[in-house]
Design a protein around this ligand. Structure first.
Ligand SMILES: [Fe+2]
Length: 286
């Protein structure tokens, strides 16, 4: 099989982030890839272009939430949208992009997994004194999103500004195969939530870039600190993910033993299988 492939329409005909505007060096060529196809990003402020590295007509480009988006197929829907981005007391920014040597599907599944918090994010998102994952609910919504609700976790430092350990409430939504959103209690305004999203750029079946989007309340939380915090957390996940084999995500629920805490992950895998996703996955064999 050629390294460059054309995956299922649900992936191919969607928009994907390929660069972060803030770190893009205008006047230079930024080389990247999508589904194994080498791409080049070029341009000047206000005029960024994306094309196949081997030549050809320019690809469609949109700039949204500080990211450069393109689509290799025929876009069948709009770029992901967050209505809370319009709230004046929120920062809305691309909080960092990190290359990880694993399938983008594994990155999404890792984001849904609460059980690893005390071990991988010790002192931040969890502590080894509180390793229990309380029961939560998972369903596929009418909008065809995997919704994980009523998650609770005791976190020593739930965000960059959190001074004390708080009982954090979480909700997750998998909006699309490569986009997962976390809504969690703000450390100061505990009746409101911060939104953190990961949208994954599938570089190849076993390599991805995780682009982090933050829509966080401005309440005392400088966006630079939030960036630092997200980089720290994602860096901890990178080390774990790159040691996980196989790199492609097995969709067969029998492939890895399901436990209660893995309910969100198994629902995500079944949802991917139901949508015929094979790219970066090990399909179910019957
Ligand atoms: Fe993590």
């Amino acid at each position: 099989m050629s390294l460059a492939t054309r995956p299922e329409s649900i992936l191919w005909d969607d928009w994907h982030a390929v660069a972060q505007v803030e770190t893009f060096n205008y006047g230079e060529r930024f080389e990247t890839a999508l589904f194994g196809h080498p791409l080049v990003v070029t341009g000047e402020p206000g005029n960024i272009a994306v094309a196949y590295a081997g030549g050809g007509p320019p690809l469609p480009v949109e700039i949204k939430y500080g990211l450069v988006w393109t689509c290799l197929g025929e876009p069948t829907r709009e770029i992901i949208d967050f209505p809370e981005a319009a709230e004046p007391d929120r920062y809305v920014f691309a909080a960092g992009s990190l290359g990880i040597w694993t399938s983008g599907l594994r990155l999404v599944e890792n984001f849904l997994d609460l059980a690893h918090f005390p071990y991988v994010h010790t002192g931040y998102l969890g502590t080894e004194a509180f390793t229990e994952v309380f029961p939560y609910n998972v369903r596929v919504s009418d909008d065809d999103e995997v919704c994980v609700t009523d998650c609770r976790f005791e976190q020593p430092k739930a965000s960059a500004i959190a001074a004390n350990s708080i009982d954090v409430k979480y909700g997750f939504r998998v909006m699309r195969p490569y986009t997962v959103v976390l809504e969690k209690t703000n450390a100061v305004q505990t009746h409101r939530t911060d939104t953190i999203a990961i949208t994954v750029q599938p570089v190849s079946e076993e390599q991805c870039v995780g682009h982090c989007l933050a829509l966080t309340l401005k309440d005392g939380d400088p966006d630079e600190t939030c960036r630092w915090y997200q980089r720290l957390i994602t860096g901890q996940d990178k080390a774990i993910l790159e040691n996980q084999m196989p790199r492609r995500l097995p969709l067969d629920p029998r492939a890895e033993l399901p436990v209660r805490a893995d309910l969100s992950g198994t629902t995500y895998r079944r949802w991917l299988a139901d949508h015929g996703v094979r790219y970066g996955a090990i399909p179910v064999t019957r």
